[in-house]
Design a protein around this ligand. Structure first.
Ligand code: UDP
Length: 240
């Protein structure tokens, strides 16, 4: 089978892992994610992952002056580490060799990030989960996804959302909303479409890193993307 991408950077939020639970982890979703990743690996595609932390904590949730925003963001980054080590164990229980690399130093929990080691692991077929976001407050895991995707030379950033792509209106509110199949970075900016936060988007644009927005829990979606079919929305410089 002809594959469109050899190495992907998959980004999903912590909320995905929460399912309908309201907080924390839904084991059936973790299992679903592991099965998805296993099926991608079975195709021979190398998988790097950035996971968010919103199912546990987001920095913006702290409303008190007594806790500084940068501290709150560190708490949020720690939430992403919790997700990453949970995912690693679930993946390993599905016979997927996995490692976590954290941008925040927590030596007894995770090794630190190394772009060089990550690329070597990916080439060996290991699933590499990047934790701790960018390691800096005031950023998001979207930016971490853009950054890590560029650093490990992924072919695409696959951003999983609840909606199966970018629409011209909110598909939950407007039944006539239609999905864009492809967009250029310029169109996204001109039409003020929400793809990723601006820092993340600017990084992808400046490094010509394609972004594909899709619904990870939609049956067969990733496989269709890997086979080059029309699934989700692809954002590129516009010539691909
Ligand atoms: N965060 C941060 N720097 C980063 C990435 C994340 O400070 O580079 C913090 C921030 O507080 C954020 C939280 O970690 O709210 C969880 O990340 P995010 O909100 O991106 O998670 P998601 O919404 O994707 O689950």
């Amino acid at each position: 089978m002809e594959l469109k991408y050899k190495r992907i950077l998959l980004k999903f939020s912590g909320e995905v892992l929460m399912g309908n639970a309201g907080f924390g982890w839904d084991m059936s979703v973790l299992t679903q994610v592991a099965e998805q990743v296993k099926s991608i690996r079975a195709l021979g595609v190398e998988v790097a992952i950035v996971v968010g932390g919103g199912n546990v904590f987001r920095g913006a949730q702290v409303q008190s002056d007594m806790i500084q925003r940068s501290t709150a963001d560190q708490m949020g980054m720690m939430a992403t580490i919790m997700n990453a080590i949970a995912l690693r164990d679930v993946f390993e229980s599905h016979q997927l060799v996995s490692r976590v690399m954290s941008a925040q130093a927590v030596p007894s929990v995770s090794e630190g990030f190394s772009a060089n080691l990550a690329q070597k692991s990916l080439a060996l077929g290991e699933v590499v989960i990047f934790a701790g976001g960018t390691g800096n407050p005031f950023f998001t895991t979207d930016t971490a996804a853009a950054l890590r995707g560029i650093e490990v030379k992924a072919d695409v950033v696959l951003k999983a959302t609840k909606v199966d792509g970018i629409y011209n209106a909110d598909p939950f509110k407007d039944p006539t909303a239609t999905r864009y199949s492809r967009l250029s970075y310029t169109q996204v900016i001109q039409q003020n479409l929400q793809v990723m936060d601006l820092a993340a988007f600017a990084l992808c644009r400046d490094h010509a890193m394609p972004i594909r927005v899709f619904d990870m829990l939609k049956q067969g979606a990733i496989e269709r993307i890997l086979q080059g079919e029309d699934e989700g929305t692809l954002v590129t410089i516009g010539e691909e």
